[in-house]
Design a protein around this ligand. Structure first.
Ligand code: ADP
Length: 444
């Protein structure tokens, strides 16, 4: 086992990893930018190192500064969290070359799944259903038009190196294709440094359902049930839950088996998520995320498994401690992303938290780094807290969510709390009749 873990991240996920380390008796190192000096992860870690100015490029994305911090403090492993360097295969390689352990999958698996066009091919070869679309990336707009004509409109153009819901363009008919193809290429080039795009059939009312997977170095691969993440805005998740109201035991098993096959095909190790779109009883591979996800607590609540501790154990060469045998989800869990955003326009709203009351009581978990008088910096993503509630079934969980959101008070910055409260009173949501288009017609 490691003795000291450096967390190459900030915010709530840095605290989450520190919590796991502390409970396992491991020392921790926080790294932080100049803008994050007063952050809780800096206070809670055993050691802390300032790695650069506010801009992520010069701090949380600076591989050399992070490696230097690990060397100075004597850390023997690095947990990347999510975002920042977590899905950068080059970072994983350098960490390992420096004699440290990267707490995550092998660089090769990150690289393969990071190219979403290649990931589709890999999934297809592993017998996992994919959304009809192009084989690999496309070279020209004419090639894109040909594929689109063959599969039928609408289609969606996506950046092969994409992520975070960016670089996607929907085309409703052939007249738009050439223009959208150029726009998508330019956007992808600017955002990800690669203009490669691929194309898929655009599903009109899908659900986003993903499978949490975990693999160890002894050949064991498990699927830990699903999370439904259909409540999104601009392709960004807002609410996640498990189990999905749409899945039967039989479908869960089929999706889990497909996810396991894909992991085996890429020699996957550690935690990962296979994202699917689900429509009319069929599921289709969308992409694999080779890291711990923001919404991992939902799975922790219904499985009783601490995913971050498992990540650390597996990276240290230990076996997964997930019990063998038939696997069942217990009860229901839901996560609400509380962002520092205007709930109507979704414009970021950084600033000082003047008043704060966090909900508690039975079945309530809050993963957060904020405190009263904390100043939310404008440089990073706007996630302030994840409110996770657990209940005996979906309706019980919704009731608990309403209660917890009522008790959740944040003053000084605008948040998405009022939006979550409204969604929990929406008839369609309560019935579980949701799709990724749910928010299209929803407003406060
Ligand atoms: P990112 O990695 O940028 O988050 P994803 O490929 O995971 O991109 O897609 C994000 C979201 O975009 C999905 O959850 C879904 O709402 C929408 N989406 C992606 N592909 C399709 C598609 N083929 N049809 C309909 N919606 C899609």
């Amino acid at each position: 086992m490691f003795s000291k873990v450096l967390i190459a991240n900030r915010g709530e996920i840095a605290l989450r990893v520190i919590a796991a380390c502390k409970e396992m008796g491991l020392k921790t190192v926080a790294v932080h930018s100049e803008a994050d000096r007063d952050s809780l992860h800096v206070r809670y870690a055993d050691d802390d190192v300032c790695i650069g100015p506010a801009a992520s490029k010069q701090s949380y994305l600076s591989i050399s500064s992070i490696i230097a911090a690990a060397e100075i403090t004597g850390a023997d492993a690095i947990h990347p969290g999510y975002g920042f360097l977590s899905e950068n295969p080059h970072f994983a390689e350098i960490v390992n070359e420096c004699g440290l352990t990267f707490i995550g999958p092998p660089a090769e698996a990150i690289r393969l799944m990071g190219d979403k066009a290649r990931a589709r091919e890999t999934a297809k070869n592993a017998g996992v259903p994919i959304i009809p679309g192009s084989e690999g990336s496309m070279k020209t707009a004419d090639e894109a038009a040909e594929v689109a004509n063959a599969i039928g409109y609408p289609v969606i153009l996506k950046a092969a190196a994409g992520g975070g819901g960016r670089g996607m363009r929907i085309c409703w008919d052939p007249s738009e294709l050439h223009r959208q193809y150029e726009t998508a290429r330019n956007e992808a080039e600017r955002a990800f440094g690669s203009g490669e795009v691929y194309l898929e059939k655009y599903l009109e009312r899908p659900r986003h359902i993903e499978i949490q997977v975990f693999a160890d170095n002894f050949g064991r691969v498990v699927a830990l049930g699903e999370r439904e993440c259909s409540i999104q805005r601009r392709h960004q998740k807002l609410i996640e839950e498990s189990p999905s109201p749409a899945l039967t035991d039989e479908l869960r098993k089929r999706m889990g088996d497909a996810a396991i096959r894909l992991c085996q095909a890429v020699n996957y190790v550690n935690a990962g998520t296979i994202e699917f779109l689900f429509q009319d009883g069929e599921f289709y591979f969308m992409e694999m995320n080779t890291r711990i996800q923001v919404e991992h607590p939902v799975t922790e609540e219904v499985t009783g498994i601490d995913l971050v501790k498992e990540q650390i154990r597996v990276a240290a060469g230990e076996r997964l401690t997930v019990p063998e045998g038939e696997f069942r989800l217990r009860g229901h869990a839901m996560e609400f992303r509380v962002n520092a955003e205007d709930p109507v326009t979704f414009a970021p709203n950084p600033g000082k938290i003047r008043e704060l009351h966090l909900p508690g009581g039975p079945g309530v978990r809050v993963d957060t780094h904020i405190y009263r008088d904390y100043v939310v910096p404008p440089h990073y993503d706007s996630l302030l807290a994840k409110l996770v509630v657990r209940g005996k079934d979906r309706l019980d969980t919704i009731a608990r969510g309403r209660r917890a959101l009522e008790q959740f008070v944040v003053e000084g910055v605008k948040t998405t709390i009022p939006l979550h409260r409204a969604i929990l009173n929406n008839e369609q949501f309560i019935r579980g009749d949701i799709s990724t288009r749910f928010m299209d017609n929803f407003s406060l």
